[in-house]
Design a protein around this ligand. Structure first.
Ligand SMILES: Nc1ncnc2c1ncn2[C@@H]1O[C@H](COP(=O)(O)OP(=O)(O)OP(=O)(O)O)[C@@H](O)[C@H]1O
Ligand SMILES: [Mg+2]
Length: 236
């Protein structure tokens, strides 16, 4: 579904992505992990065409995305930091995004799921952080597209919203969607991810199932396995 080969990206002297090779099959939940600054968001933005790589190739659904735009219609993206004008009301924002995407949206059940109906007339600037994130989730999940790219979607969610969100993810996975998620919450990864992709200093350190990761590092939990892997990569 997504093929990345030899992807390089620098910001001035900061060589952020150092030759990423990655093949993501269609269907499943892929957790993209790695320390702060390891290049997760930069890689994601490269897939979205928001960052132009210095070198390398990216394919989405078999097509090279270089200077292409149409493929973005297949992607639902939740940015790490969504910055919409604060004076917009929640329902105005939803309407605006639907108009921009020109796709059929199914937001009503999502508003219900996340308990957002009482907030529809509220301005974005007046929402709590978690409520704003729920609105972002609605904006991302209201379109029926094959690929979801979620950059730290759990930020600020309360336990109940987190349960709803995990349910939503599993439902979409069961429909065959390809879902990429970055997160720093290992319990969340343990519960929902089919595969882990681990980035360290702009390189892929691991790609595979949680079971495989635990077996390699003879560990009982992801946190320790990841810590061991990071140490190994830095020592190497
Ligand atoms: N637009 C930009 N201009 C300059 N440097 C950037 C830009 N975007 C990212 N960087 C740098 O690239 C590196 C990787 O950043 P990136 O946001 O991809 O990390 P990340 O893995 O998503 O981290 P986090 O877990 O904190 O979200 C960092 O050193 C960051 O400062
Ligand atoms: Mg990031």
């Amino acid at each position: 579904m997504i093929q990345i080969s030899n992807l390089h990206k620098s910001f001035k002297k900061n060589h952020v992505l150092k030759g990423i090779d990655l093949d993501i099959d269609a269907g499943g939940i892929y957790a993209i992990l790695g320390p702060n600054g390891s290049g997760k968001t930069t890689m994601i933005k490269s897939i979205l065409g928001m960052i132009i790589p210095d070198e390398g190739n990216l394919k989405v659904d078999g097509e090279d995305i270089h200077k292409q735009f149409a493929y973005r219609q297949k992607l639902n993206y939740l940015p790490q930091i969504a910055d919409f004008p604060g004076n917009l009301k929640v329902n105005e924002l939803i309407r605006m995004i639907i108009d921009l995407r020109e796709q059929t949206a199914n937001h009503e059940p999502l508003l219900e799921t996340f308990g957002l109906n009482p907030y529809l007339e509220q301005k974005l600037s007046t929402l709590s952080g978690g409520s704003a994130q729920k609105v972002n989730l609605v904006l991302t999940f209201m379109f029926d597209n094959p690929i979801y790219i979620l950059d730290e979607p759990t930020t600020g969610l309360d336990p109940n919203a987190l349960i709803q969100f995990k349910g939503l993810l599993r439902k979409e996975r069961d429909k065959g969607k390809t879902i990429l998620i970055t997160t720093h919450i290992m319990s969340f990864v343990d519960e929902v991810a089919d595969e882990i992709i681990y980035l360290l200093e702009g390189r892929i350190g691991f790609k595979g199932s949680i079971d495989k990761l635990l077996a390699i590092y003879e560990s009982e939990d992801i946190e320790h396995a990841i810590a061991d892997m990071a140490k190994n990569m830095i020592d190497a």
